[in-house]
Design a protein around this ligand. Sequence first.
Ligand code: ADP
Ligand code: MG
Length: 244
Amino acid sequence: MSNPIIRFDKVNKWFGSFHVLRDIDLSVQPGERIVICGPSGSGKSTLIRCINALEDYQEGTLTVAGSVLGDKLKAIEAVRRQVGMVFQQFNLFPHLTVLENLTLAPVWVAGLPKKEAEQIAMAQLERVRIAEQAHKYPLQLSGGQQQRVAIARSLCLTPKIMLFDEPTSALDPEMIKEVLDVIVSLADQGMTMLCVTHEMGFARAVADRVIFMDEGQVVEENTPDAFFDAPKTDRGRDFLSKIL
Ligand code: ADP
Ligand code: MG
């Protein structure tokens, strides 16, 4: 095995006195596809937000793409350049066109010339199959289209790792597939990804591993088929009986 691109080593985190992440040990190999599931409030979002330093932690060590994430600003900047994140809410700027949403960070943060940023943006819009909407405003698009734009926006910074936090749970059912299909195609292109989702068909199709969390702990780790067909723990069985 090569070096893990993400490594949690006994990571603990508290919100005040609330112990939200408990002794997390988790290694992710480059190119690996991980699905994280578990009940609401189990710490899934907090776990993945630690990976791009949107949250800090108090104990243990978290290494992402070679940088140890502590409170060092340098490490945080290095990691943010390599990790893209897509949320349940698309978080697009409504007053900017699709293309402007995509070129904002490359031009103002990464310092790319506008023309070059636009070329990259158009290529990423092609990749999520929505290039023809480049000059529209986000609210003129469907939810599924907006989420694909949000994915393209993350890709413009050429991340090594993509984090998805329930990317389809704010979508109408008929739009879920178009977004999952885009994520599947990224997976096929070898992107390292962690995706919080309860979409079982998606998990079975793309995940190398399912991580099941409950009460701040990783309770089970298994292949999707093994986890969904025969969970090893009572907590896993109980969770699946509720989502199935
Ligand atoms: P999940 O994504 O699995 O639903 P979260 O990681 O969002 O869970 O939250 C885990 C727990 O931490 C929940 O009980 C939540 O209320 C709490 N929590 C999340 N963010 C904060 C915060 N900023 N301050 C205090 N408590 C928080
Ligand atoms: Mg969450």
